[in-house]
Write a protein that binds this ligand. Sequence first.
Ligand code: ES4
Ligand code: ZN
Length: 322
Amino acid sequence: MTAPLPKAELHLHIEGTLEPELAFALAERNAVTLPHASAEELRKAYAFEDLQSFLNLYYELMSVLRTAEDFADLADAYLERAAAQGVRHAEIFFDPQAHTARGVPLETVLAGLGRALEAAPERHGISTRLIMCFLRDQSAESAMETLEAARPWFGSLITAVGLDSAEVGHPPSKFREVYDRAREAGLRLVAHAGEEGPPEYVWEALDVLKVERIDHGIRSLEDERLVERLVRDQIPLTVCPLSNVRLRCVDRLADHPLPRMLEAGLLVTVNSDDPSYFGGYAEDNFQGLRAETGLTDEQLRRLAANSFRASFLSPAERDAHL
Ligand code: ES4
Ligand code: ZN
């Protein structure tokens, strides 16, 4: 295999990097019982019908993450794999409410993630940012409480906020006040939209939440005016090809809309979302596209360059990668 292209990963849920083997090791360390016989058995459960069927397993397996050390080990394992796949910069999501709801304090989560991220440049040659996501299927009040609880880490460990979990029925506008507050606090803004949800949710993420990037956004192609807007403003879309196939948003990689999105002039990037669950890390997504769609080497290089352009790196840091 030729060396993977240097790239930034902009859509990666750290909890979605929990490999079955690490899940079992942490279960043993923390005396947590998993309802699966072994790592191999667990892997067999990774056949998803849709986003919700994946989320059920994703939240269940998080029960093994209890201590700061667990979060540090999780993030360090991801960074090691990412480095081998050509990732030089990673903007990493985490889901605080999925941990605080289980009695794991926010300080514990951030102590562990912070330790791994701080060591990443030296240890793995990867710079990082951390993006705190709100669970959109929980209330706006809960999101607001989470935002306020995280205030001590704004501008240091936490760079941005995002919005994830079950999309349909939970439009971005539900979180208007939360995003207003986050913007006032100087945080950068992103949101998942147009994964399973309709193009209207992408409009709301742009016009109500005023996000700078859209996570997924594949359904934007259904709305010509929306595509024009996204192209005009060069709003980055963090697309996750293997995820879309595994969650049945797209039938096969060969049918993935990404080549059409590129041709439409959209600022598209390729990302791995929840790589442990969806069958591949960053370079695996690039290789899958290369094998199954007609993307040329030049288009693949453009996608890798887009990932740095779409990142929250400063212009000087970004230029150092291009
Ligand atoms: C997610 Cl693929 C996806 N979509 C929405 N929310 C998520 N959380 C973790 N993975
Ligand atoms: Zn995602």
